[in-house]
Ligand binder design. Structure first.
Ligand code: UD1
Length: 417
């Protein structure tokens, strides 16, 4: 059977203008949250990526309508079903976002324990503990979970860790609960703020989004709305890192420099300038990377989703450094592939010791979304030809990654082999 690969000839500088769409990590929970009303919810300017296609399939199983209108997604209809089958839950961790809205709308949910990227165990205890505090009865079976509730009741819930998905799920579960809910120790990611903005536009009463305490006054009904989600800081960060590495000057339109503070402060040097433009970010680089240490963490710390991509850059930097992963376990699978390109990396449980090297093109295999993007970025600078397999992982979160970079002057093609 034929498979798609990306073929990259490294060594071209990136130059020109590009733009980013609404963030995958905002649109996915929104496609779940939209089920809290039967009215039409329009989500503007979305990317054509397979994670969103899969969310369409999950919504279809739940008998709600989802259509593309140009780049906008229009969601509508009352939920008719309460069971997300194993096949879909396995390909997508975001099926977990359905738990809160389904519990509110149907009162009884059966969900196979979700899959997604191969980056660690990814338990859902914080989701389930919170739902239980709101009054849900939870039964954990071998590889699925069953939740039941008549009407949820507001409560005070302390999250043991600021999980993005659990924060969004508990917000969904609380917006129509009886009384007031206080969520303490929540995630502060821009995508969480965007999600709350959507629910408030639908009539919810949520305060404190972007801080670590969110207060929600339950309402009886939500209604339709038109939403412009926050744009994708991880795609923007990937382009910034690629430009820093290859050298050149790129303007990324429609993105917010403040959402990338942890990356920008690390990268800026006499050789790399990053500044905000009228409606985005401009990055200009000589292609020389000064090494720095990185430690990922919940927002506003360095995003775990950029960890593989920054490593791809740092291993072609000027000195030794350490990359620590503090959010997920097992997020270094890509490092072995970088080593095939000549990277000097010593891997331990939660950190990488990265030495400086000049990478050479090689055949490498992506085994998760961001690790795959890291391999592409490494290939843009490496000498000679890099072939990246496992493109289906990259397509989960980047719309035509080869077009993003070829439009900026890179030699990168998608091929069927
Ligand atoms: C979201 C993002 C993902 C990003 C991650 C961290 C989406 C669709 N995905 O994933 O791109 O990498 O945030 O910024 O928005 N955890 C528990 N118990 C739980 C829930 C989480 O132990 O009940 C742990 C996870 O195993 C992980 C850490 O908390 O180690 C962070 O997970 P979480 O913030 O929930 O990530 P996601 O929402 O899955």
């Amino acid at each position: 059977m034929k498979k798609e690969v990306l073929e990259i000839i490294g060594g071209q500088c990136l130059n020109g203008k590009t733009s980013v769409y609404s963030a995958k990590n905002a649109v996915l929970p929104m496609l779940a949250g939209a089920m809290l009303t039967k009215d039409e919810v329009t989500i503007k300017d979305c990317p054509f990526i397979t994670d969103i296609d899969n969310m369409f399939k999950i919504r279809e199983i739940l008998s709600v309508n989802t259509i593309w209108q140009g780049r906008d997604i229009v969601a509508s209809g009352a939920v008719q079903n309460n069971h997300i089958p194993e096949a879909l839950a396995n390909v997508m961790r975001s099926s977990i976002f359905m738990l809160g809205p389904l519990l509110v709308e149907v009162g009884d949910v059966k969900l196979h324990l979700p899959g997604g990227c191969k980056i660690g165990a990814r338990p859902i205890d914080i989701h389930l503990d919170g739902l239980e505090k709101l009054g849900a009865k939870i039964e954990v079976l071998d590889n699925s979970v069953r939740c039941h509730a008549d009407r949820l009741r507001g409560a005070e819930i302390v999250l043991r860790y600021p999980s993005v998905g659990a924060t969004e799920n508990l917000i969904s579960a609380s917006v129509k609960a009886v009384g007031e809910t206080t969520l303490i120790g929540v995630a502060r990611e821009p995508e969480v703020v965007s999600f709350c903005e959507m629910l408030n536009a639908m009539g919810a009463k949520i305060k404190g989004a972007g801080t670590s305490v969110i207060k929600i006054a339950g309402v009886d009904e939500l209604h339709g709305a038109i939403i412009k989600p926050v744009t994708d800081r991880i795609v923007a960060g990937t382009i910034i890192l690629a430009t820093a590495l290859t050298g050149g000057c790129v303007e990324i339109e429609h993105c917010e420099i403040n959402h990338l503070g942890a990356l920008v402060t690390k990268l800026i040097s006499p050789k790399i300038q990053i500044a905000s433009s009228l409606d985005g970010i401009v990055v200009e680089s000589t292609g020389d990377i000064d090494s720095f240490n990185v430690s990922s963490g919940p927002y506003p710390k360095f995003p775990t989703d950029l960890q593989p991509i920054v490593t791809a850059v740092l291993c072609q930097g000027a000195g030794n450094c350490v990359v620590e992963e503090k959010v997920f376990e097992n997020r270094f699978l890509y490092a072995n592939e970088l080593k095939k390109m000549g990277a000097e990396i010593v891997t331990s449980k939660d950190n990488l010791m990265v030495g400086c090297s000049s990478l050479k093109g090689a055949n490498v295999v992506a085994s998760d979304l961001r690790g795959g993007a890291g391999l592409v970025v490494a290939g843009l600078k490496a000498e000679g030809k890099t072939i990246v397999e496992g493109v289906q992982y990259i397509d989960r979160g980047y719309e035509n990654i080869e077009k993003i970079f070829s439009n900026l002057g890179a030699k990168i093609l998608r091929k069927s082999i």
